[in-house]
Design a protein around this ligand. Structure first.
Ligand code: FAD
Ligand code: ZN
Length: 479
């Protein structure tokens, strides 16, 4: 490989995708170079916006020849600094935003083929237009893109019933780090013909190749839905409530989100128009969503029976069932706006086995209070998946700034409990730059070595999203 000067390189890229789609001015590039939380940013030689798979392949081949690294980018809503350059070597940002076509819908095969740059909400909408349902749903769905969702193996609020992004994929089209195109766009639910290659690229955060299109699974549209808000005394009740609702309502239960009273107090104070859903305060809350192929009347009847049983058995203290779409949206708004209601704080995205959630919450509260007296814990999230967004901070701004500087110590306290309970330090947001180094303390040497070998096999030049997941290059993941 010979070093190609920047101007000649940019000219060559312009010849491939058109000069208008190669951004080099600082002001034009700025939004692509900083992440959503504005914690990570880095320089790029340019931002390239190809229009189709052929152009992506040509750009990747040009980068491989020039030895320039590529940061794939979708909606740039990722929370681990994975979608922006690191700045340790020559890099471009490759935005998939122009590749936003739905290529095909096959309602009888229950599949939709989308280009990587399709906004998630547009895919949900296209499925609905075909009288089908695409279940992946998360707070950023109006701007995140399916290529990013698959590359982070995104979770969201429907994982309990439908699984995370990985489970929505039947086939992929991928541009490999040398510019070859792998056409794996199969719409098969059964295909045992050796290694399931698509799985390698899902959750790889752009470090193994560029996803350009995917065949996604569709489901029947639910005919009815119901939203309920429970008040609880303890997290243990929440886990027992989950078991009861699953036993009585089966797959009708699609979301089960936990929130602590601290979260509700903050929402009431910070989000205008928020009202307390229950008359009396409770230490814990669970937001439940149900979907059914039966009528709303039948669903409500079933739900009310199960809810009455939960109160009678003492696994919930109070419950309200939304009586209108507006009430349901108001309940969901409390959950969805939780990230913006909080102060800047030290954030965690952890999972533990479901049965260990109460122990995690109890041990976390005790250990954090001991280390940082007076600390506020915002524990909320996808408890039905064993996944909590576990954020901690102080109400006092000075104390909070001091805590932010000690975030490594906070992480050590929280992650020690996660490890002790057999959990994960990144349940749904990935590693990116944020947890790239931390993960080395939580995965075995053999797991890291296997990851390194995969990286080396697929990206021997180390040009795909360097400095993310494993480190700066395929051969030195600890770099
Ligand atoms: P980006 O941020 O652009 O990229 C993310 C990673 O994928 C990067 O490593 C990037 O290089 C890589 N990438 C992007 N496109 C491609 C491609 N085509 N090929 C290869 N690599 C690619 N996440 C959840 O899991 N659950 C939630 O509930 C959730 N809620 C959120 C709520 C809010 C308000 C916000 C801001 C974020 C939330 N997220 C959540 C995080 C984020 O939305 C997800 O990680 C999302 O999947 C990222 O998609 P994106 O298109 O923005 O990807
Ligand atoms: Zn989440």
């Amino acid at each position: 490989m010979s070093a190609v000067p920047q101007t000649r390189f940019v000219e060559a890229l312009s010849a491939t995708v058109g000069a208008a789609n190669v951004l080099t001015e600082a002001a034009d590039m700025a939004p692509y170079l900083v992440d959503w939380r504005r914690q990570f940013s880095g320089p790029a030689e340019c931002v390239v916006r190809p229009a189709n798979t052929g152009e992506v392949a040509a750009v990747v081949a040009q980068c491989a020849r020039a030895g320039v690294a590529i940061v794939p980018q979708g909606g740039n809503t990722g929370l681990c600094g994975a979608s922006v350059p690191v700045g340790a070597q020559r890099e471009i940002v490759l935005s998939l935003a122009r590749m936003n076509r739905i290529r095909a819908i096959d309602p009888l095969n229950d599949t939709l083929t989308a280009e990587a740059g399709c906004v998630l909400a547009d895919i949900q909408h296209a499925a609905r237009e075909a009288d089908r349902f695409f279940p992946l749903s998360l707070g950023a769905e109006g701007s995140c893109r399916i290529g990013g969702n698959l590359s982070t193996n995104a979770g969201g609020v429907n994982v309990l019933r439908f699984g995370n992004a990985r489970e929505q994929v039947l086939g992929l089209e991928v541009v490999l780090p040398d510019g070859q195109v792998w056409d794996g766009l199969r719409g098969l639910r059964k295909d045992n013909t050796g290694y399931d290659l698509k799985q390698l690229f899902i959750g790889a955060e752009g470090t193994l190749g560029i996803i350009t299109a995917a065949v996604l699974k569709l489901y029947p549209q639910p005919l009815s839905g119901a939203t309920a808000w429970f008040g609880l005394d303890t997290p243990q009740q929440a886990i027992e409530l989950l078991a009861l609702l699953r036993a009585r309502l089966g797959d009708r239960l699609t979301a089960f989100e936990l929130l602590s009273r601290v979260c509700i107090d903050t929402a009431l104070a910070k989000i205008p128009g928020t009202t307390d859903p229950l008359p009396a305060p409770h230490p814990w809350y669970v937001l439940v969503e149900l979907g059914d192929s039966d009528s709303a009347a039948m669903l409500h009847q079933r739900a009310e029976q199960a809810f009455a049983e939960s109160l009678a058995r003492g696994v919930a203290s109070d419950v309200v069932l939304a009586q209108s779409g507006a009430q349901s949206r108001a309940l969901w708004s409390i959950r969805e706006r939780m990230p913006e209601a909080q102060l800047e704080n030290v954030k965690h995205d952890i999972s533990v086995p479901l049965s260990k959630i109460p122990e995690f919450i109890a041990r976390g509260a005790e250990a954090l209070e001991r280390a940082f007296p007076g600390i506020l814990i915002f524990a909320f999230g996808h408890a039905g998946d064993g996944n909590l967004h576990y954020n901690v901070g102080f109400a006092d701004p000075a104390a909070n700034s001091a805590l932010m500087r000690r975030r490594a110590e906070v992480n050590t306290v929280v992650y020690a409990i996660v490890d002790a309970l057999g959990g994960s330090i990144s349940a749904e947001h990935g590693l990116g730059q944020l947890k790239r180094d931390e993960i080395r303390r939580h995965k075995s040497a053999l797991e890291l070595e296997l990851m390194r070998r995969l990286k080396q096999a697929l990206d021997p030049q180390g040009l795909m999203n360097p400095g993310k997941v494993l480190g700066s290059s395929g051969s030195d993941p600890c770099g």
